[in-house]
Design a protein around this ligand. Structure first.
Ligand code: PEP
Length: 257
């Protein structure tokens, strides 16, 4: 039995528009109206945050809203970037940091990711720190060292009393948006080792409380088996979070594990 409340996040990436983001929000709120025992967050594109927030508020929904990225500097000459205070101002309570598309498409490195993790946690928001190995790293037998390096680097200089606002997301890069999913056993193995790492860094109590979620082509058909693993505490969902019935099915799978 998990003592940690499962967490399911819907990462909409650079999808939806003004109309479809609102429609998606309403459909997810309606679909989850009677589902309990899971913390749910949606991560819309920046321009739709305020509108999504207002729908969630109007419907008194417990679904949280977050941002897919943030910049760590408080303000100033950083053209095109969005500060954490701006996100708070728009109602975001959680931020994704180090998503594989930020690392591998945009080119973010461990040092910048660490600065973002610290800034998000220091601001009192929840940080979902994403880590994961590429297919080349996996085939070379480097899955564990890569994930451990990304977690250690991401959490450098993060004090233990901030870690209650941290969620770790293990997202093998080769599984994101590809339809390929890690087997429940393989994913569990990585999650167990990441929990051991958190224990080494912050002690067993914090490690036992820290949620470690899985991401990579999660669907209603594979969610229950993944979430049933002892160290998998929910999921970060990309493609399937754009289809309300799929996202609702995945959250329901987390509610029953
Ligand atoms: C993600 O964006 O974090 C993700 C896991 O995407 P997908 O579910 O589409 O693989």
């Amino acid at each position: 039995m998990h003592e940690r409340k499962p967490f399911v996040g819907g990462n909409w990436k650079m999808n939806t528009n003004r109309t479809t983001s609102a429609d998606l929000t309403r459909a997810v709120v309606d679909g989850l109206a009677r589902v309990e025992g899971v913390e749910v967050a949606v991560y819309p594109p920046f321009p739709y945050l305020l509108a999504v927030r207002s729908i969630l508020r109007d419907r008194s929904s417990s679904i949280r809203m977050g941002a897919q990225n943030a910049y760590h500097r408080p303000d100033g000459a950083y053209t095109g970037e969005i500060s954490i205070e701006m996100l708070k101002d728009c109602g975001a309570t959680t931020v994704l940091v180090g998503h594989s598309e930020r690392r591998h498409v945009i080119g973010e490195q461990d040092e910048l990711i660490n600065a973002k993790v610290r800034a998000v946690l220091e601001a009192g928001l929840e940080c979902v720190l994403c880590v994961g190995e590429t297919i080349e790293e996996r085939e070379a037998g480097h899955t564990d060292p890569v994930n451990q390096r990304q977690v250690r680097a991401g959490l450098a200089d993060v004090p233990g009393d901030w870690v209650n606002r941290l969620v770790l997301a293990y997202e093998p890069v080769w599984a994101i948006g590809t339809g390929k999913t890690a087997t429940p056993d393989d994913a569990q193995d990585v999650h167990r080792k990441l929990r051991q790492l958190v224990s080494g860094l912050y002690g067993p109590e914090i490690a036992a409380r820290t949620r470690i979620i899985y991401g990579g082509s999660v669907k209603p058909s594979n969610a229950a088996e993944l979430f049933a693993q002892p160290d998998i505490d929910g999921g970060l969902i990309g493609g399937a979070s754009l289809k309300p019935e799929d996202f609702v099915g995945i959250v329901k799978a987390a509610a029953t594990t």
